[in-house]
Design a binder for this molecule. Structure first.
Ligand code: ATP
Ligand code: MG
Length: 504
């Protein structure tokens, strides 16, 4: 295999950035960044939360205008790059926040904005055929007539990549495509990336999973505080070198070991049922962390809406702290002390128009005086929370939607983990966060359990499950089929369970 470095001398870069800077209201997100991407290379982009990775690629795809510097696509300088112009030049992007429309079908999403017409009407049979052949061409097996909202997260990502490839991108940017995906699903994305590379597509691949990056990429650039800290051929780096480049001289705290003493039953599910979930029994005691795992798309995804009150169970009862919960009511779940930290931060957790401190105040009991917002107190309390959770922002109190993905996740966790919690439901708690923040969040979850909360966790990251869980319940076809205890949780077994296999 030829490496990016060997080619660098002879091949014209597909993309080049020279001294690109970008600031938001005086805060520097990018500082004089140089970057080259060669045709047919997978170039990984790594760095801590807030390092500037997403900003860099949003500049390349014309969504953000740089303050300074030059962008060249295929050797030609592009002084004013709009999203339309970038697309015409063959730059495609799968954003960190997914953009498919859940209520539309796969075919409609694939051809959105370009639906073929005949005699003044949308030509649906051409839509289906074109979508099917676009997916087929990339070896993606997803039914074109399915609603995107019914697909698994991995299928949604595959469809989104297929859509971008279909519009003819020679440069494909993937911003954390595997953030919430488990091993087998991530492997499908990697296969697709390798296939595209073999066709000559140049790929920018952003990820916090450094092991996958080491296995997939040809070159890597590490960003730190808006600058490039390192660019190397992948065979010249290893994990410790990458982590060093990412964190610089920042200190990473040593983990404190949890007590693991369990109290009375805090969450009791008796014969709980939903659309797919069947006769599900589960008891979690105060201080205990239980992970519910299953193949992607199985009924574990239903537990959170059923327990948080978003949906009404079809059968069964729920007890929280010994009291029967009125199901199907978000308010009843909240006042029973049930907290739900779900995967989609901006849909289910944070209020986009509000600032970081205002978001934190929403769940803060000390601040429940809607007729009188005590701003000084609000900012003081929030500043304390931000410090403890390591939420890094460039401005004093920016809108929560302007934060980098990983910092949004920290705000969301801080918002809920700081409140009085009997039961905490955690869905993919470290999706999209960097290595240091991940260790911090694991510590936060441990502390929450030590304070007496019962924690129900779902995560596609088996190392995270092994790190946190006292017990793992396995779901298959809507039913609980096995239970494993801490000490029995081998990595291979957990990987096998999440793809529908058996424990050896
Ligand atoms: N629209 C915006 N307004 C204000 N600040 C912003 C905006 N977009 C990004 N920032 C800030 O720029 C910095 C870089 O953010 P960016 O999203 O590029 O980080 P990232 O490396 O992608 O991090 P993550 O791994 O968490 O996704 C962050 O401090 C972020 O808060
Ligand atoms: Mg980002």
């Amino acid at each position: 295999m030829t490496t990016g470095r060997q080619e660098a001398a002879t091949v014209e870069p597909a993309l080049e950035l020279r001294g690109v800077s970008k600031s938001f209201g005086g805060a520097h997100a990018l500082r004089e960044v140089d970057f080259t991407l060669l045709p047919g290379e997978v170039h990984a982009l790594a760095g801590m939360n807030g390092a500037g990775k997403s900003t860099l690629v949003e500049v390349v795809c014309g969504a953000l205008a740089p303050d300074d510097g030059e962008i060249l696509v295929g050797g030609a300088s592009c002084p004013t790059l709009t999203p339309r112009r970038a697309r015409a030049l063959g730059v495609s992007i799968v954003h960190q926040r997914r953009t498919l429309v859940p209520d539309l079908t796969v075919a409609e999403n694939l051809l959105l904005g370009r639906l073929p017409h005949r005699a003044g009407r949308v030509d649906w049979s051409t839509v289906r055929n074109e979508a099917a052949s676009a997916l087929d061409d990339l070896g993606v097996e997803v039914p074109v007539q399915a609603a995107v909202g019914d697909l698994t997260p991995a299928q949604q990502t595959l469809v989104e990549i297929a859509r971008e490839v279909h519009v003819g991108g020679r440069i494909l940017i993937l911003d954390e495509p595997t953030a919430a995906l488990g091993g087998a699903d991530a492997a499908r994305i990697h296969d697709l990336v390798r296939e595209l590379r073999s066709r000559g597509t140049a790929v920018v691949y952003i990820s916090h999973h450094l092991d996958e990056v080491l296995a997939l990429a040809d070159r890597i650039t590490v960003m730190r505080d808006g600058r490039t800290a390192l660019t190397e051929a992948i065979e010249n780096v290893d994990l410790p070198a990458l982590v060093r480049a990412m964190i610089g001289d920042r200190l990473v705290a040593e983990p404190v070991v949890r007590k693991r003493t369990f109290g009375v039953a805090a969450l009791e599910l008796d014969q709980l049922g939903g659309d797919r979930l069947r006769d599900f029994d589960l008891t979690i005691r105060a201080g205990e962390i239980v992970a519910v795992l299953g193949p992607a798309g199985d009924a574990q995804r239903e537990l959170f809406p059923l327990l948080s009150g978003v949906r009404q169970p079809s059968t069964g009862t729920v007890r929280v702290g010994g009291n029967r919960l009125r199901t199907g009511s978000i308010r009843a779940s909240l006042s029973a002390g049930l907290r739900c930290v779900t995967g989609d931060r901006l849909v289910n957790g944070l209020v986009p128009g509000l600032s970081v401190d205002e978001n934190l105040a929403l769940a803060d009991r000390g601040m429940k005086r809607p007729w009188l917002v005590r701003w000084a107190v609000l900012h003081r309390r929030a500043a304390d929370t931000r410090r403890r959770y390591g939420v890094i922002t460039l401005a004093a109190d920016p809108a929560v939607d302007s934060l980098s993905g990983g910092n949004q996740q920290k705000v969301l966790l801080a918002k809920w983990l700081d409140t009085e919690t009997t039961v905490c439901l955690l869905e993919e708690p470290t999706s999209g966060v960097d290595v240091a923040a991940k260790a911090d969040i694991h510590q936060m979850v441990d502390e929450l359990a030590d304070r007496g909360a019962a924690v129900l966790l779902t995560s596609a990251d088996v190392d995270e499950v092994r790190r946190l869980a006292d017990r793992v319940v396995v779901i298959r076809g809507g039913r609980a089929v096995a239970e494993l205890h801490r000490g029995e949780l081998s990595r291979d077994d957990l990987v096998s369970l999440t793809v529908g296999g058996h424990v050896s």
